[in-house]
Design a protein around this ligand. Structure first.
Ligand code: ARG
Length: 372
């Protein structure tokens, strides 16, 4: 869809959901069309930007946590240009989002792509992620999903990692500078040591996870305008850590170690040692976050909240676009209510899109040579 058409559709939606704006729809449409004719782009008002970001979350088909879409905190960072300013605002994002453990959903929106100037970018998938290093014997120290990215930041001068949970530095890339590395101050990163309520051997594994997932590789698209750097976060649902990050074979692959701590018989699949280890690891994740005072949700509560959201949206005359394969949790799917139904999977805008790293050839549209 052309920018002008998508802009019009968005402005109509904004005014329909928020009537009585200071500038009436007709006049605003006229302004925006004139700006697009003159410069190929237009600037969202702060109100449009906040609405657009919140509705992008509301339309995110993979997210089970959308009940609170309307309370997203929107930080307007469109005027930040230098890597130093951007780094400063990313640190401020972490501070406001972490909120000493009472995690709040926040998005920081940086300058959009425009015909005259490309938008700034961060090459990291998330603001906080752990490095991965392939050792000579083929095993990996840390998060195996980040081996290539870790190699890249090492080439840019980073010295780590020295342990399994070393936070990667940020790579900030702006139109006027070459990509630069920035560390995150330790005191801005809330981390939770993983302990089990009654199996101390699990504590001895020395596992930990960061409390706030801030996704930084999705492009926010509002009314025909692309914001490639618009990092956003919610709080964790335990299974993301306890059934995926620590468990997937191409991540930390920890089920065999957890099973050993629990003394399970791993000689045959039919003992269901994997399932038993998986449940206990998820118990440990939820327990640890509670002990640390870091907000977290579990998949039973979150599934019910999602259906509450579906009901609420229906009362506003809207369906909830959703992707079943992402909404159903990776453990105990069939005993959560979200399993037992299907969803409309419409692609509605505004929305978040995976960054398209293929668009300009091998090095990727965002300049990051790593595809991850
Ligand atoms: N699954 C991702 C992770 O483990 C985070 C995705 C967003 N999750 C969230 N609860 N907002 O880091």
């Amino acid at each position: 869809m052309a920018v002008a058409d998508e802009a019009e559709e968005f402005l109509r939606q904004f005014h329909a959901e928020h009537p009585s704006q200071p500038v009436p729809l007709g006049r605003r449409l006229h302004q925006v069309r004139a700006a697009i004719d003159a410069a190929g782009t237009y600037r969202h008002t702060p109100g449009e930007l906040a609405f657009g970001a919140r509705v992008a979350w509301r339309n995110s088909r993979r997210c089970i946590g959308r009940l609170y879409w309307n309370s997203l905190r929107v930080l307007d960072r469109r005027d930040a240009t230098t890597p130093e300013e951007i780094h400063h605002h990313l640190c401020e994002h972490l501070r406001q989002a972490t909120n000493l453990g009472r995690i709040r959903p926040v998005i920081s929106v940086f300058a959009p792509d425009t015909p005259g100037r490309r938008a700034p970018r961060v090459w990291n998938d998330q603001l906080i992620r752990y490095a991965g290093l392939r050792r000579d014997d083929g095993t990996v120290l840390g998060d195996a999903a980040y081996v290539d990215f870790t190699e890249l930041v090492r080439r840019l001068g980073w010295q780590g990692p020295s342990g399994p949970f070393d936070v990667l530095p940020l790579v900030i890339d702006t139109a006027d500078d070459k990509p630069q590395l920035f560390g995150l101050p330790r005191d801005l990163i809330l981390e939770v040591p993983i302990t089990h309520p009654d199996c101390p051997r699990i504590d001895d594994l020395g596992l930990r996870w960061h409390a706030v997932p801030v996704i930084s590789n999705m492009r926010l698209r509002i009314g025909g305008i692309d914001y490639p750097l618009a990092p956003f976060n919610g709080w964790y649902m335990g299974t993301e850590i306890g059934a995926r990050n620590l468990v997937d074979e191409d991540r930390y692959n920890l089920l065999p170690s957890v099973a050993a701590c629990l003394g399970l018989d791993t000689s045959r699949e039919s003992t269901l040692w994997r399932d038993r280890a998986l449940v206990e690891l998820n118990v440990a994740v939820l327990h640890s976050f509670h002990v640390a005072g870091a907000r977290i949700s579990n998949h039973h509560t979150e599934s019910r909240n999602f259906l509450t959201h579906v009901g609420k949206e229906q009362r506003h005359g809207r369906s909830v676009p959703a992707d079943w394969s992402w909404i159903v949790p990776p453990v105990s799917g069939g005993i959560t209510p979200v399993f037992h139904r299907y969803y409309d999977d419409a692609d509605r805008r505004p929305n978040f899109y995976p960054d398209d790293r293929e668009r300009d050839g091998a090095s990727g549209q965002n300049g990051c040579p790593v595809r991850h």
